[in-house]
Structure formats: structure tokens, C-alpha cells
Ligand binder design. Structure first.
Ligand SMILES: NC(=O)c1ccc[n+]([C@@H]2O[C@H](COP(=O)([O-])OP(=O)(O)OC[C@H]3O[C@@H](n4cnc5c(N)ncnc54)[C@H](OP(=O)(O)O)[C@@H]3O)[C@@H](O)[C@H]2O)c1
Length: 229
């Protein structure tokens, strides 16, 4: 049944934007392999309607052995989309003067190193016409950082963007997107954020479709608007 379906691997799908993306791609008829690191009741509930089009795997993105084991389990897959959504913002208003070194390291490991470890590991499964996406943030723009604030999170997303460009330089035939989802009402974005998950996800799905088969690394928001690195 699943032979001719397009397949997405979505990393970090227990809640928020990852869960919203799984919902949207299933609704479009895709087969989705979704990862969560712990409890994920809402994700599991999607199986009731998606049936075997939804495969749920377990992965903590900072667990290198876990990444390798997942790669082995998915060895026979061909992916049309590899999407890394998992991310954290725990250091809040801490500055480089006062952030705890362990907290800084965890935010960097989760938001910058882990997505690239995953992309390096799974890129060989992505079809030539497939798209590789990491959820970045407009806050990762170095040239756009004129106000400061959320310093550690900004630095982690700037590092993510830099690592994506380095990967792209070594893999020039690949289509890569550093994608800003907008300021979205999730646990991370908060209840005062500008847009809801459905609006962000609908935009991102359209942007990703437009990047299929287009090599290079671009930094776009969920409406397809380029962001200055
Ligand atoms: N919301 C916004 O306004 C906004 C704006 C710009 C960029 N972003 C980016 O968009 C992405 C998703 O954010 P969100 O708003 O959906 O946040 P969220 O609601 O807080 O969800 C975060 C997701 O990341 C997962 N995660 C965190 N650390 C992980 C780890 N070590 N291993 C596996 N999964 C992990 C969480 O899993 P658990 O349920 O297990 O904790 C959860 O599924 C993030 O990369 C974020 O930086 C969000």
C-alpha cells in the first residue's frame, strides 16, 4: 500500500510544530515516520486515522547512539522530506556573562549539533528530488541581531545556520532550507505569539514543495520570504 506514497521523516513530533507537520503531511496523503523522545499521546492518537501511513520511532536528538540505531532501522527507506523540528529555548534572558556553561552546552547541542548530526546521518536516504529542512529562527540571523535578547537561543540558531551552509558546501546537489516558522503559539512560542500552528505549518508545507529538486541552502520564513543570514 505504501509503495508509491511520498515519505517524510519528521524529527521531534511529540507536540508543537513537529506534531502539526505530521498532521498536515498525513492529511496530504504522505507516509510519515515521526520521532518522539518520550510520551506523545497526541502523536499516537493520529495512528487511529493514519493507520500504517504513520510510523512512530523514539529518539532523543542528543543521543548519538540513538541516531545511529534509527538510521539502521530505516536503512531501506527513501525519503522525500527530512525535517528536523526538535529544539529548546531554556536559557531565556541569560547572557553570555551569566549563563551556566552546562545550559549553554545543552542548548547548542540540541539546536545546532543534533540537527546536523541527523542530517549528516540521514541525507543518504533522501531522494535526489527530496528536501532537507531544519527549523531555524529569524533570531538566528546574525545581520538581523540589532536588539540582542534571548542571546543563547540566537547563538544556537546562528550556529545551526552556519553548520547547514557548511553541509551545503560539501553537498551542493542537495536542497536545504533553514526555515523560520514565524512566531507561533506553541509551548515555546507562548500564548501571545502571532500565528497558530496550522497557519505556520500550511505556509511551511508550501515553501518546502517549492524547494523540491532545487539545490542550495536557503534561509526562508514560512511565507517563503528570504531572511538575511
Ligand atoms: N514556536 C515558535 O514561535 C518558534 C519560532 C522560531 C523557531 N522555532 C523552532 O521550531 C522548533 C519547534 O518548536 P515548537 O514551537 O514546536 O516548540 P515546542 O512546542 O516547545 O516543542 C519542542 C519539541 O522539540 C522536542 N525536543 C526538544 N528537545 C528534544 C530532544 N533532545 N530530543 C528529541 N526531541 C526534543 C520536544 O519533545 P518533548 O515533548 O519530548 O519535550 C517537542 O516535541 C524548534 O526548533 C524551535 O526552536 C519555534
Amino acid at each position: 500500500m505504501s509503495q508509491n506514497l511520498r515519505t517524510a521523516l519528521i524529527i521531534g513530533a511529540s507536540r508543537g510544530l513537529g506534531l502539526g507537520l505530521v498532521t498536515a503531511y498525513l492529511a496530504q496523503g504522505w507516509r510519515v515516520i515521526a520521532t518522539r523522545r518520550g510520551g506523545a499521546t497526541a502523536l499516537e492518537a493520529l495512528s487511529a486515522t493514519a493507520g500504517d501511513r504513520l510510523v512512530i520511532e523514539t529518539l532523543d536528538v542528543t543521543d548519538e547512539a540513538g541516531i545511529a540505531a534509527l538510521r539502521e532501522r530505516l536503512a531501506g527507506e527513501t525519503l522525500d522530506l527530512l525535517f528536523v523540528s526538535a529544539g529548546v529555548s531554556t536559557c531565556k534572558s541569560a547572557t553570555s556573562a551569566d549563563v551556566a556553561a552546562e545550559a549553554f552546552a545543552l542548548e547548542m547541542a540540541t539546536n545546532a549539533l543534533a540537527p546536523l548530526r541527523i542530517i549528516e546521518t540521514f541525507a543518504s536516504l533522501v531522494a535526489p528530488s527530496g528536501v532537507i529542512v531544519a527549523l531555524s529562527s529569524a533570531l538566528g540571523s546574525v545581520s538581523g541581531n540589532t536588539s540582542g535578547g534571548t542571546e543563547v537561543y540566537r547563538a544556537s540558531k546562528a550556529a545551526l545556520n552556519s553548520l547547514l551552509r557548511s553541509f551545503s558546501a560539501r553537498n551542493r546537489d542537495r536542497s536545504l532550507v533553514a526555515l523560520h516558522p514565524g512566531w507561533v503559539r506553541t509551548d515555546m512560542g507562548g500564548s501571545n505569539a502571532a500565528i497558530d500552528i496550522e497557519q505556520s505549518v500550511a505556509g511551511m508545507v508550501e515553501v518546502i514543495a517549492g524547494r523540491a529538486g532545487k539545490p542550495g541552502c536557503v534561509y526562508l520564513d514560512y511565507r517563503g520570504k528570504p531572511i538575511d543570514w
